[in-house]
Design a protein around this ligand. Structure first.
Ligand code: GAF
Length: 405
């Protein structure tokens, strides 16, 4: 294989004209049979995620509140008697294989295969006896849209291999292993949110995760009962320097924490924010810190509202999060800002970019009956600015990784 690790590839977004036909589970199982001329031993799935609020807080030991998408990556798999893992991907339209030596050395498997080999690598580094296997993968998680297609792939592969090998691997320990695959093998310095969401989310709930202690609370998020919907709008903005900008934001946060003499920015609370900012010389770094500290507070306030069933009231917090990402963390682009503004104009309770930034998706909290109007208002605003048309869909919180067959 050639190419570099890539979390931003984007063939096959939602409503893509070449999108494969049929349920993704059947496509993975059928792909397995056609590639390997046998039936899989099992089928596993792991979802992409939408982060409701708490952006760029995970690697600052802070708080996040993602929920699982109904869209999932599905892995059909069976143990292999030979010595090489073989992996077919419907989306990539290719089959790859790698051996133990490849899985032992980050960089030997590149492109989409790095996320699979990375999981084998991380499991083996942690001392697990990883079963050699054949895998067939299909997915309906939009690629490169900031919905964690990479974490869905890692989590689905991890869950499949853990089951096939009957590995002693408690659920609570799995996100760190999947994250390690991405950090150490695929080369993306992400935090632990996306893998936690893909592995630990539950239907009808958002996952309140403390990224320092890894304590989780399943917070009820019953949109239907409240007559509400989350509209996800894929901005269709081309990704701009995502990896480098992400790493730069992370480095700025870590250097600010060091300058303030705290283990992580999580340790700066809103009541101590002004005093902390006064100790930092650089105006850009001050803004980065302000985003992280206020964003953590917004997560806590959102969780409090959801605990008491006041769903529509989280709207202003979502919008404030977007403003903070736009002005202080500087990770938005004109397409996502336009989508947020148009959604609010059309009556959304709140709207924000979700995910790492520089493109990707916007989420808007809307009355179910208003979802179409909000989507078409965003499309019109896009046309007015000459942007490539966005695509939109509504979501409700789905299940975390699981065996489905
Ligand atoms: C990406 C990363 F992978 C996450 O760890 C997180 O930092 C997110 O960006 C921003 O909140 O999805």
């Amino acid at each position: 294989m050639t190419g570099t690790p890539d979390t931003t590839h984007r063939p096959g977004t939602t409503n893509h004209p070449d999108r494969p036909v049929g349920p993704v589970t059947e496509r993975a199982a059928a792909g397995f049979i056609s590639e390997y001329a046998e039936r899989p031993a099992g089928v596993w799935a792991a979802p992409g995620r939408v982060n409701l609020i708490g952006e760029h807080t995970d690697y600052n030991d802070g708080f996040v509140l993602p929920f699982a998408l109904p869209q999932r990556t599905v892995v059909a798999a069976a143990p292999e008697r030979g010595r090489r893992w073989t992996v077919w991907s419907e989306q990539a339209g290719e089959r790859i294989s790698f051996g133990r030596a490849d899985a032992a050395e980050p960089g030997r498997v590149t492109g989409w295969g790095a996320y699979v080999a990375g999981v084998v690598w991380a499991l083996r580094e942690a001392g697990h006896d990883v079963p050699v296997a054949r895998l067939a993968i299909a997915s309906d998680v939009p690629l490169g849209a900031g919905l964690s297609s990479s974490a869905a792939l890692e989590s689905a592969v991890l869950t499949a291999l853990a089951d096939l090998g009957e590995l002693d691997l408690p659920l609570a320990d799995r996100p760190a292993l999947a994250q390690r695959a991405e950090n150490g093998y695929a080369g993306m310095p992400c935090g632990i949110m996306d893998q936690s969401a893909s592995l630990r989310c539950q239907p009808g709930h958002a996952l309140f995760l403390d990224c320092r202690t890894l304590a989780v609370e399943q917070v009820p998020f019953d949109l239907d009962a409240a007559g509400l919907a989350i509209l996800v709008i894929d901005s269709n903005a081309p990704h701009r320097h995502v990896g480098g900008e992400y790493a730069a934001r992370r480095a700025a946060c870590e250097s600010a924490a060091a300058a303030l003499g705290v283990p992580a920015l999580r340790d700066v609370t809103v009541d101590r924010l002004d005093a902390a900012l006064a100790r930092l010389d650089d105006e850009t770094v001050r803004r980065r810190v302000r985003h992280v500290v206020t964003e953590n507070q917004r997560v806590l306030e959102t969780v409090e509202l959801l605990r008491t069933g006041r769903l529509a009231e989280i709207g202003p917090l979502l919008t404030a999060s977007h403003t903070s990402m736009r002005d202080d963390f500087e990770i938005t682009v004109p397409e996502v800002d336009t989508a947020v503004e148009a959604a609010l104009t059309a009556g959304a309770y709140g709207a924000r970019m979700t995910g790492g930034g520089f493109g990707g998706c916007v989420l808007a909290l809307v009355d179910t009956a208003a979802a179409e109007t909000v989507a078409s208002t965003v499309t019109e605003a896009y046309a007015g600015r000459g942007f490539r048309a966005p695509s939109s869909f509504t979501v409700t919180p789905g299940a975390g990784a699981e065996r489905i067959n």
